[in-house]
Design a protein around this ligand. Sequence first.
Ligand code: AMP
Length: 187
Amino acid sequence: MKLILFGPPGAGKGTQAKKISSHYDIPHLSTGNIFRYNIKNQTELGKKVKSILDAGELVSDETVVALVVDELQHDKYDNGYILDGFPRTIPQAKALDEHLASQDDSIDLFLTLSVPQEELIDRILSREEGRSDDTPEKIKTRLEVYSNETEPVLNYYKKKGIVKEINGMGSIDEIFERIKTELDKIS
Ligand code: AMP
């Protein structure tokens, strides 16, 4: 099962991806988590992307695509995965497609979590991870970046007919039940 979990910042992608990962026993690949890990450990990649994450902007397509393509080579992804936070631009989506097509592969399902904008801001401000980009000003930038650069990715996958929209309002478990209903149809 190869999935993309999509939605605006604060929609609950990370939380739901973790639940999907443990329930279906498939790895969770979060580009944001990889960047934060590299920043924390002060690697070359971390030094390169720190100011970009702090500003709430996007890391270059070239860097992100190289990172994901490299990561997907590991055996642990052979039986499926959940992509969280990638692809976030049309060029990233196209690069992912090309990479998968070169291996006669493709994404099975694109789940998009829908949550109203006011709720997103409240959720981000109340999360306790202490992320440096979870401040009102950075949230505004991230939501703008989402609507300008990331939202078009939804239409790109709609044209492929693999999109399922999930109501992202309600408790974590209620939302997960909705996701499971869709995943159980294809697994
Ligand atoms: P996330 O944890 O998915 O909210 O990502 C946190 C930050 O990491 C984003 O605001 C971007 O700065 C960066 N990032 C994560 N994934 C991507 C991506 N696919 N393309 C560009 N930047 C990304």
